[in-house]
Write a protein that binds this ligand. Structure first.
Ligand code: ATP
Ligand code: MG
Length: 396
């Protein structure tokens, strides 16, 4: 699509604009959804900039959701239940590199001027089919260039997160970064240390999910100075692994697995980035392993499944990412699961109470269960109550 053609705007989005305009407010399509639509990646959800205040937006629409009221954003829910972000024209009156204090009652032009990159500072009026593109964002989209709005050094100083956003967008769209913007980003990189770990993690994860090539994203994090401050583990990635990361397709972009693929101590990295406990735990299970079964028999695979527990699927995925092919034992895993073969003490046909009835007590009960499980992992057909009780009698 030519960057000056009318972008594809869904009917539900037009309706929101119509409601705002009929009530006497301005309504412009802006932001990431418009940018993506111009690039030919249509969105169902859109972003609007409007002259209406958040209270006026809420009064106009039957169904709204609080999205970011502090920053003037109201979510308007359409009849397909898609949430569209409607944000009051705003200006940042104070910034400290991390937070902004905003003021309303400004013009569209002022609103566009506080946005980060030219490709994110385009507005389109869906009825009048009018563009407001004061920084040449459409032309930059056309030639594949990421460029700051206004004076780059100042823009990164206002919000250091923009450094990470710059490399994310460059990697996602495979754009070049304009030299002055790049130089300012590198110079501002020490300010990254002041960001909250949560915001950095969000950028790292979003970057991994959306980059055309994971290795380009990593290279940009390294070269801009973000890796040094937040994930120094990325500085030591062998070239071979980086080449492998370049081939990970978009549908396999699990940020926890990719962090484990790229770094040796993924759980520590994720803890540093204040990832969720569940995410940190997944990384810890991956590191604990064992990464592979000790041999290739079904019993080896069952023992491996039993040892790795909930980590099995992630380990299989990680193997596939690392080697570029499925783990040789993955078919056996499928078979074991299809047959519902016992893998944990809880799957055994006897319980601790049964063993106590045979006279076992204290830690001996647990030891016996472990021994029985061991035998059952070797031969699942043993997992019958009578046979296990007989075995237990022999063992006590
Ligand atoms: P995506 O949602 O695909 O990550 P996006 O550009 O939509 O990308 P959002 O965070 O959803 O990013 O922000 C919407 C718009 O708000 C952006 O397009 C940009 O115009 C503006 N914006 C967001 N974050 C910043 C920021 N840190 N500094 C300046 N403008 C920003
Ligand atoms: Mg967005």
């Amino acid at each position: 699509m030519n960057a000056s053609d009318a972008p594809a705007i869904p009917e539900e989005v037009l309706e929101i604009a119509r409601t705002l305009e009929q009530a006497g407010y301005e309504a412009w399509c802006v932001g990431g959804a418009l940018r993506d639509a111009i690039l030919g990646h249509p969105h169902t959800d859109f972003d609007f900039a409007t002259s209406a205040t958040p209270a006026q937006v809420q009064a106009l629409f039957r169904r709204t959701a609080p999205v970011g009221e502090k920053y003037g954003t109201v979510g308007v829910i359409d009849r397909r239940r898609v949430v569209h972000e409607v944000t009051t024209f705003r200006r940042d009156v104070a910034t400290d590199g991390r937070h902004a204090v905003v003021a309303y009652g400004v013009s569209l032009e002022e609103d566009l001027s506080r946005r980060d990159f030219t490709i994110n500072a385009i507005a389109y009026h869906p009825f009048r089919q009018e563009w407001r593109d004061p920084y040449g964002g459409r032309s930059d989209l056309g030639r594949g260039l990421l460029r700051a709005v206004g004076e780059p050094a100042e823009r990164f100083r206002e919000d250091y997160l923009r450094i990470l956003r710059a490399v994310r967008f460059a990697a996602r769209f495979d754009f070049a970064i304009e030299p002055a913007t790049w130089a300012a980003a590198v110079a501002a990189a020490p300010g990254l240390a002041r960001l909250s770990a949560e915001r950095v993690r969000e950028e790292w994860f979003k970057g991994l999910r959306t980059a055309t090539s994971v290795s380009r994203l990593v290279e940009l994090w390294v070269r801009v100075g973000a890796a040094e401050r937040w994930i120094p583990e990325l500085l030591a990635i062998p070239a071979e692994l980086l080449a492998r990361a370049a081939t990970v397709p978009l549908e396999a972009r699990d940020p926890v697995l990719l962090t484990a693929l790229l770094t040796d101590h993924a759980a520590a990295v994720l803890r540093r980035l204040r990832a969720s406990n569940a995410e940190i735990e997944r990384a810890a299970l991956l590191a604990r392993g064992p990464a592979e079964p000790a041999g290739s028999t079904a019993a080896d695979v069952r023992r491996w499944l039993s040892a790795v527990g909930r980590g099995a699927d992630d380990l299989l995925e990680l193997y596939a990412l690392r080697e570029g092919r499925d783990a040789p034992w993955s078919a056996t895993v499928r078979g074991v699961r299809e047959h519902g073969e016992p893998l944990a003490r809880g799957d055994l046909a006897v319980s601790g109470t049964d063993l106590q009835a045979l006279g076992a007590s204290g830690p001996r009960v647990g030891e016996l269960l472990t021994t029985l499980l061991d035998r059952v992992l070797e031969d699942p057909s043993l997992n019958q109550r009578d046979r296990l009780l007989a075995l237990a009698r022999e063992l006590t």
